[in-house]
Design a protein around this ligand. Structure first.
Ligand code: ZN
Ligand code: ZN
Length: 280
């Protein structure tokens, strides 16, 4: 069975994320390193990091994905924001690496008043600060609306143009893909996605999948996650998407709405049922 998990909370300590993942029967998980809406990032104690690594090994939670903060904007028109963003990006990748994360996932910012080439150049400059000796790989995530990361051709072009040795691939989010116009409920939508990856990129570059249903219709350009099966993608859309043969062993992580753990329990069980059906 492919690795399956959810975005977990590091409330009080990063060890909480492991306890949550274990309670939910996950085999992979994702975390933020700090509140994604603030610039401050705490230093984790060495002893906590060691215990975190030890427990991860005991419970076999692989891979571990770290999601970047939402504040990072490497192409801002405010020099101060660029400076803070470069610093935070470097710090987050360094911290992700220190806790043994396999992937660091980031959504790049777009700017409607800026040409693609300028965005690429500024983004590239921002990544220069990230040292190359870390083993944690950076993944670019597709977004619901953007001229650089929403369509599959644009996403792979961006991956190519923002070239940095640590950028190791792509994370595909189903809600974003659907909102960007790939209608996963229809065979044509799935075929268009497959063809775009084959023509403009490579399935080998897709390292992880974010599974989210969508509160808005396909092509809306709006990023609103919904419980699996309760949104416009629906159970059948996920059956089609997860049936893509190149995805048969990729890690799957849910970022569905969460009031309490029961929400994750329900969403995970829908995905487990779909996988069981596909694998039977
Ligand atoms: Zn996502
Ligand atoms: Zn999203």
């Amino acid at each position: 069975m492919r690795p399956l998990g959810v975005h977990t909370s590091i409330k009080n300590t990063i060890l909480n994320s492991i306890a949550e993942a274990v309670e939910l029967g996950c085999s992979t998980f994702q975390i933020f390193l700090h509140s994604p809406q603030v610039w401050q990032i705490p230093e984790f104690e060495i002893s906590i990091i060691e215990e975190f690594k030890r427990q991860r090994q005991v419970y076999g939670l692989n891979p571990l994905a770290v999601h970047s903060s939402y504040l990072i904007n490497l192409i801002s028109s405010t020099p101060k924001t660029i400076a803070s963003s470069r610093y935070l990006l470097k710090k987050e990748v360094m911290t992700a690496d220190s806790i043994g994360a396999d992937y660091y996932i980031i959504h790049l910012k777009d700017n409607k008043d800026m040409e693609k080439e300028e965005i690429y150049a500024k983004t590239r400059e921002g990544f220069k600060k990230v040292e190359e000796f870390y083993s944690c790989k950076i993944l670019l995530e597709n977004t619901a609306k953007s001229k650089i990361t929403a369509s599959i051709p644009d996403l792979f072009e961006t991956l190519e143009k923002v070239k940095h040795d640590k950028i190791g691939g792509i994370c595909i989010d189903t809600c974003h893909l659907f909102a960007a116009g790939y209608d996963l409920t229809k065979d044509e939508g799935i075929e268009k996605f497959i063809k775009d990856v084959e023509v403009y990129g490579d399935f080998k570059l897709i390292k992880i999948i974010h599974l989210n249903d969508s509160k808005t219709p396909s092509g809306s350009g709006i990023d609103r996650h919904e419980h699996i099966g309760k949104g416009y993608i629906g159970r059948e859309g996920f059956e089609k998407f997860l049936g893509i043969k190149e995805f048969s062993s990729l890690p799957l992580i849910l970022e569905t709405p969460k009031k309490n753990l029961q929400d994750d329990v329900r969403n995970l069980s829908v995905i487990r049922e779909i996988i069981k059906k596909l694998e039977s």
